[in-house]
Design a protein around this ligand. Structure first.
Ligand SMILES: [Zn+2]
Ligand SMILES: [Zn+2]
Length: 398
C-alpha cells in the first residue's frame, strides 16, 4: 500500500506551515519544470509531475490538507474506511497523468484572453464544469518557445510541433460509441457522490467513477477509449511580431485542448523566451550596445562604424571622449509590437592598441612626450582628493 510515499510538503519544497499562496507558487514552479510537454519521453519527470500534482491537489484543499496534516498519507490510503477509492480524480494508487495535466492547465475561463493571464486560469481548479453532462470547453495550453534576439526585434515566422488532445472525431467528444446510451453509475448508485473515510473522519466527495454525473457511458468510444479526446501531433504556424520580449505571450485562438460534448476548443498560448545577444542588449524599445573605439579616435576625434539592428551606422566621436560615455542614435532601436520605435545607445569602450613592436613603441613614446599633467584633468583631480584625504588621516592619527 502506502509504502515509501514522499511527504507532500517536501515534494513542493515547503515547510509545514506554508500559506496557500506559497503552495500555489511552489506548485506552479514545479509543474512548469516537470511538465511532460517540456520533458518528452522523460519518465522520471513525468513521475515527478504526477507526484507534485498529487501534493498540490491535497494541500490546496483545506479539508484534505487538514486530514493530511493530522494523519499523513494514511488519511488517504485504501486501508482507511475500506476501499474508499481515494480522492477526487482517483488518487489512491497514484495520479492519472491526463488528470494531472488537466488540473495544471485548468479550464479556460469562458471569455478567454481577457485580463487575468493564463496562470490565473490554470489554477481555477479541476477544469470540470459544474454539470458533468454540459458542454465543456477545452483547456488552454501553454507552449514555451525559445527565439533568437534577431527574431524578437525584427519579427519572424516559426513552425511549432505540438501534441494536442483534440476532440475525438468519432464520438464528437462525448466518449460514447455511436448508438450506445448511458446507465446508472454502479459506484454511487446514481447519486453522483460517495461517502468515504472511516471512524470519526467521514466525508462526502464527488464520485470518482462518474465524476458526479450519476451515470456512465454504456459503451465507451473505441477510438478514444471513452475520453472524448485524441492526442494528435500538429504543426502550427506562428507569426512572431517585431518587438516581443521574454515573457511575451502569443495567443493562437482555438488551438488548445479540444472541447467535449460540443464545447469549444481552448486556446494555445505561446510564451516567448528570447536568447541573449552577444553585443546588443534590450532596454524596452531601446538597444544598448558597447562599442570599442580606437584609442586615437577617442583622443583626437573621428568617425566609427557602429552596428545597429538595422545595419551599420556612422557615429562621430568628439576629441577627448572618455570610456563609458554614451551616445544616442535616434530611431535605430526596436519597433514595438503596438507603437513607437526606440533609439540605440552606444557605450564607448576605448580600445588600447595591442601587440606593438619595439619600434612602434619608441615612436609613440616620442610623440607622448608632448603630453603633460594639464592634459589629464581627472588624474589631477584625483591627486588633489588623495592629498586631502592623507592630510585628514594624519591629523586623526596624532
Ligand atoms: Zn471518441
Ligand atoms: Zn458515480
Amino acid at each position: 500500500m502506502a509504502t515509501s510515499k514522499k511527504d507532500y510538503y517536501e515534494l513542493l519544497g515547503l515547510a509545514k506551515g506554508a500559506s496557500a499562496d506559497e503552495i500555489k507558487k511552489a506548485y506552479r514552479k514545479m509543474a512548469v519544470k516537470y511538465h511532460p510537454d517540456k520533458n518528452p519521453g522523460d519518465k522520471a519527470a513525468e513521475e515527478h509531475f504526477k507526484e507534485v500534482s498529487e501534493a498540490y491537489e491535497i494541500l490546496s484543499d483545506t479539508t484534505k490538507r487538514q486530514q493530511y496534516d493530522q494523519f499523513g498519507h494514511a488519511a488517504f490510503s485504501a486501508g482507511r474506511g475500506g476501499g474508499g477509492g481515494g480522492f477526487g480524480g482517483g488518487f489512491g494508487g497514484g495520479i492519472d497523468l491526463e488528470e494531472a495535466l488537466r488540473t495544471f492547465m485548468g479550464a479556460s475561463g469562458g471569455g478567454g484572453g481577457g485580463g487575468g493571464g493564463i496562470f490565473d486560469n490554470f489554477f481555477q481548479g479541476g477544469g470540470r464544469s459544474r454539470n458533468p453532462n454540459a458542454p465543456q470547453q477545452g483547456a488552454d495550453l501553454r507552449f514555451d518557445l525559445d527565439i533568437d534576439f534577431e527574431e524578437a526585434v525584427l519579427g519572424s515566422k516559426r513552425e511549432i510541433r505540438i501534441n494536442i488532445n483534440e476532440t475525438c472525431d468519432s464520438c464528437k467528444g462525448t466518449g460514447a460509441e455511436s448508438g450506445s446510451g448511458k446507465k446508472n453509475c454502479r459506484d454511487c448508485g446514481g447519486a453522483g457522490q460517495v461517502v468515504s473515510g472511516g471512524g470519526f473522519v467521514q466525508y462526502r466527495q464527488t464520485c470518482p467513477t462518474c465524476r458526479g454525473a450519476g451515470e456512465v457511458i454504456e459503451k465507451p468510444c473505441s477510438k478514444c477509449q471513452g475520453k472524448g479526446l485524441l492526442r494528435n501531433k500538429r504543426t502550427i504556424d506562428v507569426k512572431i511580431p517585431s518587438g516581443v520580449e521574454t515573457g511575451s505571450r502569443l495567443r493562437v485562438s482555438g488551438r488548445g485542448e479540444g472541447g467535449r460534448r460540443g464545447g469549444p476548443a481552448g486556446d494555445l498560448y505561446i510564451v516567448l523566451h528570447v536568447r541573449e545577444h552577444e553585443f546588443f542588449k534590450r532596454n524596452d524599445l531601446d538597444i544598448v550596445c558597447e562599442v570599442p573605439v580606437p584609442f586615437q579616435t577617442a583622443m583626437l576625434g573621428g568617425g566609427v562604424q557602429v552596428p545597429t539592428i538595422h545595419g551599420n551606422a556612422e557615429l562621430k566621436i568628439p576629441a577627448g571622449t572618455e570610456s563609458g560615455k554614451i551616445f544616442r542614435i535616434r530611431g535605430k532601436g526596436v519597433t514595438g509590437p503596438r507603437y513607437g520605435t526606440g533609439d540605440q545607445h552606444i557605450v564607448v569602450q576605448i580600445e588600447v592598441p595591442q601587440g606593438l613592436s619595439g619600434k612602434e613603441k619608441k615612436k609613440l613614446q616620442e610623440a607622448a612626450k608632448i603630453l603633460t599633467d594639464k592634459h589629464f584633468p581627472l588624474t589631477q583631480k584625483m591627486r588633489k582628493a588623495a592629498a586631502t584625504f592623507y592630510a585628514h588621516k594624519k591629523a586623526l592619527e596624532k
